[in-house]
Design a protein around this ligand. Structure first.
Ligand SMILES: Cc1cc2nc3c(=O)[nH]c(=O)nc-3n(C[C@H](O)[C@H](O)[C@H](O)COP(=O)(O)OP(=O)(O)OC[C@H]3O[C@@H](n4cnc5c(N)ncnc54)[C@H](O)[C@@H]3O)c2cc1C
Length: 291
């Protein structure tokens, strides 16, 4: 049986307390949210923090609300809460699409949105969804906070802009009319990480795409996004031909690698096909033709 190395444990009682604990114990401390990623990494000695700062008691970080024209999701919100949120589903069906295919009920019941994003796995599902939605991340540090666009949040595999001593506290998504969104994933089996997945959010003006956001995960897309395909779609007719072309462009610009989940060529094919499918579903939702 694998067991983590000896570690100190502190339970935070507020965001300020958590930040104070992180400052006190320094870069050798780690935030403990759901622990579904961190604890296995500790068992494998891929992570060896000296102190765990448990944020599970911070109810102020567990919320899904609409405020200031934005959907606001607290970093400690569990996957299951997001999946069960009618408010989130009403505005961004993509979030329910993604949550339905993340892991299994055990992981979804305790794993958090903030933990998923901060883990920064290159195959993480919500990173692509938030990239498509052009979300904003709120990061708190002692005495203040800053915001970072979702596309600037990850600095590499398993790395983010959240510095030691900081906490991701909230994810914000602007709510705008006439839009639709969708997430489509291919995995090897139910509850598995994606072989490839695509996220689409688009807004219509008549029959034309006025704005588009495209996300990709597990296929080596820069910042989990397909910026060149978005550029192509802006002002294009919202037609099957445009969506197929956007898929091709998305595939041309990603850099998948061959691994145990599949060969690079297959993943590139998925990037194209899944982008097209996600756009097809998103436009139906924008037109009120699909739930
Ligand atoms: C069996 C299994 C299957 C899975 N399948 C999928 C899948 O299909 N798709 C998918 O996307 N994911 C999948 N996951 C990943 C899962 O979603 C994450 O493990 C989990 O949600 C991470 O969140 P957590 O709250 O458990 O984070 P933790 O494990 O507690 O933390 C992860 C990292 O983030 C840091 N951290 C956590 N919260 C914060 C914060 N607020 N501020 C700053 N740093 C923070 C921690 O210090 C740690 O470094 C799977 C996991 C498992 C175990």
């Amino acid at each position: 049986m694998q067991v983590p190395a000896y570690v100190e444990y502190e339970k935070a009682t507020s965001v300020e307390h958590a930040l104070a604990l992180l400052a006190r114990f320094g870069p050798e401390s780690a935030v403990l949210a759901g622990g579904h990623s961190l604890i296995p990494m500790m068992k494998l000695r891929l992570a060896q923090p000296e102190t765990l700062v448990d944020i599970n008691g911070l109810t102020e970080l567990s919320h899904i609300t609409l405020a200031g024209g934005q959907l606001r999701i607290g970093a400690l919100t569990r996957h299951a809460q997001l999946l069960g949120s009618a408010l989130a589903g009403e505005h961004f069906a993509i979030l329910h699409d993604a949550e339905k295919v993340i892991a299994d009920p055990v992981v979804r019941n305790w794993g958090t949105i903030g933990g998923s994003l901060c883990q920064a796995d290159p195959s993480e599902d919500l990173s692509a969804a938030f990239a498509a939605l052009k979300a904003t991340m709120v990061i708190q540090y002692p005495g203040g906070s800053r915001t970072v666009p979702a596309r600037e949040f990850h600095t590499g595999p398993y790395e983010t802009v959240v510095a030691p001593g900081e906490l991701l506290t909230e994810i914000r998504i602007a709510v705008r009319p006439d839009g639709g969104s969708a997430y489509v994933k291919v995995g090897r089996r139910v509850g598995d990480w994606p072989v490839g997945a695509a996220a689409a959010a688009l807004w219509l003006s008549g029959g034309v795409v006025s704005e588009a956001g495209l996300g990709l995960t597990a296929v080596g897309a820069r910042n989990f996004a397909a910026a060149e395909a978005e550029e192509f779609l802006r002002g294009a007719p919202a037609t099957e031909a445009s969506f197929a072309r956007a898929g091709q462009i998305a595939a041309e610009h990603c850099r998948p690698s061959s691994d145990q989940r599949g060969p690079a060529d297959y993943k590139r094919h998925l990037a194209s096909e899944l982008t097209t499918r996600a756009l097809r579903r998103a436009v139906r939702r924008a037109r009120g033709m699909d739930a």
